[in-house]
Design a protein around this ligand. Structure first.
Ligand code: FES
Length: 320
């Protein structure tokens, strides 16, 4: 029996009973990479299944093994292993030229995670140090970097303790996600616990280190939101390649920025707050106007009011 398979952006080709996707594409003249000759050993023939996943034969033992090692999502199949059992299958070749090959056949540890890109529901966490610029102005460069490292180590410690992953740092802030290895409720819980731990660790750090040695204290602003985002690995050889993108990321960043105007160190969207099993006491609730959102956005405030107003003149730091 003859079925058909559509190669997105290329052409629809016939595929015979017991013929693999690779055999069908090669027979139709598609330049389909197959470095190991279709023996299920190189993964260069892999395709992303866009439609009709149930119209393919189940993954072979080689596919199951390779999937575990490389963490391919379920909708990625080896064309030399999968056969078509019905109509309505659409696929996209993933390695179409030498540059694709270079990017995707990189076996380093960092590139094994989510290299294809997938849509995931995650808890998104933004944190920023308040009033850091005056400290930079008044301190030795060595002290600025040293203190940054201390504070970022404190952030990282809390985030990793609750199974979060730092995605990016920018100036005196960073962006992390929770939920790469857990469900969204657990992820939201973890993001909030990490935030609360940072607030409490920072108080200790201020009291035991910053105040005695620098006559200065720091505060932070934290924003947490949840939503579906695109997770992928840009794989350009940097040590950390994971990228998380999508509109919910912008909202989380905006919530972090709103900590200033709301005068509260931890702002969480009401959507995320409702996912918490044991939500912390919210001292307030407000509605923010967000770019791209037609109705005011409900948020909860679960931190503390700031001690130092943004832009206030700070005591001169003790320079070592
Ligand atoms: S051609 Fe090598 S795994 Fe399919």
């Amino acid at each position: 029996m003859t079925h058909h398979i559509n190669f997105k952006g290329e052409k629809t080709v016939p595929v015979e009973e017991n013929q693999t996707i690779l055999q069908a594409s090669l027979a139709a003249g598609i330049p389909h990479y197959h470095a190991c000759g279709g023996k299920g050993q190189c993964t260069t023939c892999r395709v992303l299944v866009l439609e009709g996943q149930d119209k393919l034969t189940p993954p072979t033992s080689y596919e199951r093994t390779i999937k575990k090692v490389k963490q391919f999502p379920d909708n990625v199949r080896l064309a030399c292993q999968a056969q078509v059992t019905g109509e309505g299958v659409e696929v996209q070749r993933l390695i179409r030229d030498e540059t694709d090959r270079f990017i995707l056949i990189d076996d380093t540890e960092e590139n094994r995670r989510s290299v294809m890109g997938e849509r995931r529901k995650l808890a998104l966490f933004f944190i920023d140090i308040r009033n850091f610029t005056p400290f930079i102005e008044e301190s030795l460069p060595f002290d600025v970097i040293h203190i940054m490292r201390r504070i970022f180590a404190l952030f990282k410690n809390a985030i990793t303790q609750y199974d979060g992953e730092i995605i990016d740092t920018a100036g005196d802030g960073l962006y992390a996600v929770f939920g790469l290895n857990s469900k969204i409720k657990q992820a939201t819980e973890s993001a909030v616990l990490a935030g609360l731990k940072i607030l409490s660790d920072l108080t200790i750090f201020n009291n035991t280190y910053m105040r005695p040695y620098f006559n200065h204290t720091f505060e932070v602003g934290i924003g947490v939101h949840v939503g579906k985002v695109v997770v992928g690995n840009v794989g350009i050889g940097l040590s950390h390649n994971l990228t998380v993108m999508g509109f919910p990321v912008n909202i989380a960043a905006r919530l972090q920025a709103s900590t200033k105007e709301l005068n509260n160190s931890f702002v969480i969207s009401a959507v995320a707050y409702r996912l918490l099993r044991n939500p912390p006491y919210a001292v307030g609730c407000d509605y923010l106007n967000l770019k791209g959102v037609s109705t005011p956005y409900e948020v909860k405030m679960i931190g503390k009011p700031y001690e130092v107003k943004e832009g206030a003149v700070l005591p001169k730091a003790i320079q070592r």
